[in-house]
Each structure stands twice: as structure tokens, then as C-alpha cells.
Design a binder for this molecule. Structure first.
Ligand SMILES: [Mg+2]
Length: 222
């Protein structure tokens, strides 16, 4: 029997911190005297900070300014998460425990900066489940490029065809498939509809991780 290796996306899969991101962008925008609307949020959701900043505020912003502004926004985000906390999404704790009980290695593969991930894993008390944490700081190409997941697999010494990626976003599903991995997509937070995730190549699509059994996950790599 092949032991599966699990790689978790974080935002939208383990936790939902979209509202913390929205309030952080709004506070940052106020500091530079600009608006940040729900429509701006919807139009830029999932993009990297420099792309968002250039698109919304200054097309000619150089890398140094984008780094400074991005840090300003992420500081607001981390403060919001620290002050308000965040909850693991339904089914996540059970799966983390059941995978761990079976000795399946688990990693995080997220585009978020390391500081955000350290905080999120700390606030949700989940660090002990992960043998590797790969962040946006560790890659040169974001999802849908498979780099973040391939680094995770390499850190766990796993062949990609043993890996099952948990994702909520189209770019993440595409990244998993580009890396020759299996992918479970969850629509719980509702940013991406199930037919689109399936079309992107998801092997399984569930409305909530509560629906998913360990046996089903194991069957994906057999
Ligand atoms: Mg996500």
C-alpha cells in the first residue's frame, strides 16, 4: 500500500481569513489616502501584493515601494488575525488528526508570506501536524505553477504521485495537477464553484471537508 502525503493550502482550505485581508487592505488604503472597495477586493482576490498595488494605486510602483506597502498591509492583516483570531474550517481538525494517526506526512503549501503562516498555524494550534511549511517566500513562481507543492513534496521526500493536495482555488488545483499530484478541492468558502474546480482537474470536489473520509483520500493514490 502506498502511504499518501498530504499538502494543504491554507487560506480558504484550512481557514478563511478573507475578511481579515479585506479590513487590512482598507486600513492600508486609508493610510495612503485612497479607497479600497468590495469590488476592488473581488477583482484582485488571489493576486500577489505587487500586482494589486500596481493595478489599484500606482502602475509605475517599483519593487521597493511594493515591498514597503505590502509589508504595511500585511502588518494590518496580522494584527487583525491576532486580535480577532480565526477558526479552522469544518472537517479540518478531524482530517489533520486522522492523517497524523496513520503516520501520513503533512505539509503546508501556501502563497502567503511566512510571517502570516507562522501566525495562522500558531493561532489555530496546528503547527505540530506539519512536517514542512512552504510559503510564498520560498518560491519564485506562484500558483498555478507547481513550485510550492513540488518543494513541499521534496521536503517530505515524497514522489509527487503519492501527494494529495487540498485546495479551494482554481490556480491551486492547476498547480497540483501541473505537479502530477492528486487534488481534493473544497468549495466551502465559495470563491470558486465546483464545476470550475472540476474542469481545472480536481480529482474530488466536496462542499465541506466534513464529507471526506480517510479511505477516500487513500484510494486516490492507490
Ligand atoms: Mg486558498
Amino acid at each position: 500500500m502506498t502511504t499518501p502525503v498530504i499538502i494543504w493550502d491554507v487560506d480558504g482550505t484550512l481557514v478563511d481569513t478573507a475578511e481579515h485581508h479585506f479590513s487590512a487592505w482598507k486600513r492600508f488604503a486609508e493610510e495612503i489616502g485612497k479607497p479600497f472597495t468590495r469590488a476592488d477586493f473581488a477583482a484582485t482576490f488571489g493576486m500577489r501584493n505587487p500586482e494589486i498595488l500596481r493595478r489599484l494605486y500606482r502602475p509605475d510602483a517599483d519593487d521597493a515601494l511594493c515591498a514597503k506597502w505590502g509589508e504595511q498591509k500585511e502588518n494590518h492583516y496580522r494584527k487583525a488575525v491576532r486580535d480577532e483570531g480565526t477558526q479552522l474550517l469544518p472537517g479540518v481538525v478531524r482530517l489533520l488528526k486522522e492523517f497524523a494517526d496513520r503516520g501520513w506526512p503533512q505539509a503546508v503549501g501556501s502563497s502567503a508570506p511566512r510571517g502570516n503562516l507562522d501566525l495562522l498555524l500558531n493561532v489555530t494550534n496546528t503547527q505540530r501536524y506539519f512536517d514542512a511549511v512552504v510559503t510564498g517566500d520560498d518560491v519564485t513562481r506562484g500558483k498555478p505553477d507547481p513550485e510550492v507543492f513540488l518543494i513541499g513534496a521534496a521536503k517530505l521526500g515524497a514522489n509527487p504521485n503519492r501527494c494529495v493536495v487540498f485546495e479551494d482555488a482554481v490556480a491551486g488545483v492547476e498547480a497540483a495537477k501541473a505537479g502530477s499530484m492528486k487534488c481534493v478541492a473544497v468549495t466551502f468558502v465559495g470563491h470558486h464553484p465546483s464545476d470550475i474546480l472540476r474542469a481545472a482537474g480536481a480529482d474530488v470536489v466536496v462542499a465541506s471537508l466534513e464529507e471526506l473520509t480517510v479511505a477516500h483520500v487513500a484510494s486516490l493514490v492507490e
